[in-house]
Design a protein around this ligand. Sequence first.
Ligand code: PEP
Ligand code: MG
Length: 757
Amino acid sequence: MLTQLRHIVESMTAAASLEQALQALVHLTRNVMQVDCCSVYVAEPERRCYRLAATDGLAESAVGKAFLPFEEGIVGLVGQREELINLADASAHPAFKLLPDVAEEAFRSFLGTPIMHQRQVVGILVVQQKESRLFDEGEESFLVTLAAQLAARIAHAQARSQLTRTDWGKPLRGVAGSPGVAIARAWVWRPRKELAAIVPRKADDPDAQLGRFDQAVEAVRHELEALALRFRESSSQDSVAIFDIYLHLLADPSYIKPIRLRIEQEEWTAISAVKLVSETLIGRFGSMQDPYLRERATDIKDIALRLISRLVQDEPEHLAISERVVLVAEEVTATILAEVPRDCLAGVVSIKGSSNSHTAILARAMGVPAIMGVEFPLAEIHRLMLVVDGYSGDLFVEPKEPILAEYRQLLHEEQALDQLVHSTDGQPSETLDGVKVSLLLNAGLSADTEIAINELADGVGLYRTEIPFMLHDSFPSEWEQTARYRGILETYRNRPVCMRTLDVGGDKQLPYFPIVEENPFLGWRGIRLTLDHPELFLVQLKAMLRASEGLDNLAVMLPMISSVGEIRAARRLLDQAWSEVSQEVATRGGTLHYPPLGVMIEVPSALYILPEMAPLIDFWSVGSNDLTQYLLAVDRNNARVASIYDSFHPAVIRALQLLVDSARRYGKPVSVCGELAGDPIGVLVLLAMGYRRFSMNTRNIPRIKYVLRNASLDELVPLLAEGLRSDSPHALRGLFSRYLEERGMGGFLRAGHKVTA
Ligand code: PEP
Ligand code: MG
């Protein structure tokens, strides 16, 4: 069954249009299931009806012309109930409705399943038989599996068909990733996937290439095992065999060994070596007489493409862009972003990812509007004119003049707002009723965000150290790290700089230190990794300490702390590093201050051990991005669950309240360095709770300062109390947005803005 399923799905993918794809689907499904009829109905929400989009068995002449209202017929019932309906005699069912011109009279039995995409019924898949019989469980599960596989393809195809229309009335909807508006042509970045299109290249880092290759093999093995597991339940011998062959191939020395040799001895890049060896084998198997062996050529190609697609994720092409563009890709990564010259980057659109992916955080730090998690066919968008609405997540393709005009106006207002917020540059950071706050900078994501703002920031609240590690080919040496850290400590001379120790793992991978895990966000990440590698941790701590000589403005912060044991272990290593470096400094006649040590609150367990933690640390800082992710068990990178990732969820708000109250009780400074602190509503809620130290990206500092200078704590405290009486995050957000609007600061909130043209 699996082979047939795959065949159907592949035939659909290969089809040039939605109509052809659905035609292939009904035809193949009818044959495979040996039924008398297969049809697909596609939902048309504006007309509130299903349209017969393809059939093999009903009257061909009705395709595209027969419509069934959502509320009518058994097809309508499948949609309403959002579940499968299996009937031996459909005509006897009270909901049965005979459509004129469809020629359905001959069929008695009916099996229909909804095609669901993102909680919406996008269509109904139906098979029918002349004889009266109930379909068996195997048939039911085949149809349900097929419908699940089709859902994204139909949604995708609908987006594609929208794209071929000349009327661009409707925008494509994504997740707002970074605020702002961009109007520019699309520049599509695509990984090199076709074997033939890869030009073999030599590398000068065979060890790193070998590491990347091994990592890709592991990753593909995991992918295949996960797929195998998914199909085990419904599997025939076929599926087991496919996965066996694939997994076997991945472990087969006659395939893997020559690739490794080409990397090690001939110094090809990992991608080139996979291409060269695979092509030779594909050629050899492809010309064999035996059809079984000939088929193996397809398997090798499949595996090779999986390996290559893994490898290219880490190795973007060199981008030759010389005009302002909207960068568009299946998955925009921090490294692809880094490749585009900043002057040319008007906006970002990523099919994968969500508002808290590091790419979105980076885009926000760079002040580049971004939309994440939006679906459309990549190939067709290249060079088309786009409007990126980074407030609402709406993407307009080839917009008409009224829309362009409205967005040009918005851009204009944006610039005016920028000027307005800078009018408070020389004034203190305090509220209307005189409450003083510290506005700190989140630095480290990209080099150019650090320098420009130093006059406005009261210091650095979070220096993410992992990015320089990610852009290297190997662990940066102690001296390289010292020079980099010294740069930032000197830039912020006389102001505190809080450096976070290495937080790799999760979605931040080092190309030369592969970590392959089923569940990376729950795995070897942050402090867990550095404590297991004291040799790396000590180098980083010593580099930070040495960089602070004579400046005395360093604080050290530990990411992903979940137990006091981790703090004690880190403290021991900091002591050791300090005693070594301070001796060295003393021999030069200098002095070295022991830095304050703080921890990030981002793992829920940390909230319940605050009393035990307090005596061991000097300050706390909330990583609201991860705290939200872990409290709500919602992957911060996953667009599918983006709507339930919400830092205003009552659980997150209570956790934040608990922390600020404890900080007061134990007399420890506390700050917020997640994205919530740079959000105009978030910062007001945090202020009302009792927070006074906020760390955010460069662009947000003047904006947040303006918001705070025009707000009164006196008014915010009762607002928070009122918001907390409701169990809905929307109520709290609504109250605070109204507050901003009433004080003329609605311009900071464009999230709800929708262009009407
Ligand atoms: C956070 O989790 O809120 C945080 C500031 O750290 P990062 O986004 O780097 O994980
Ligand atoms: Mg974090």
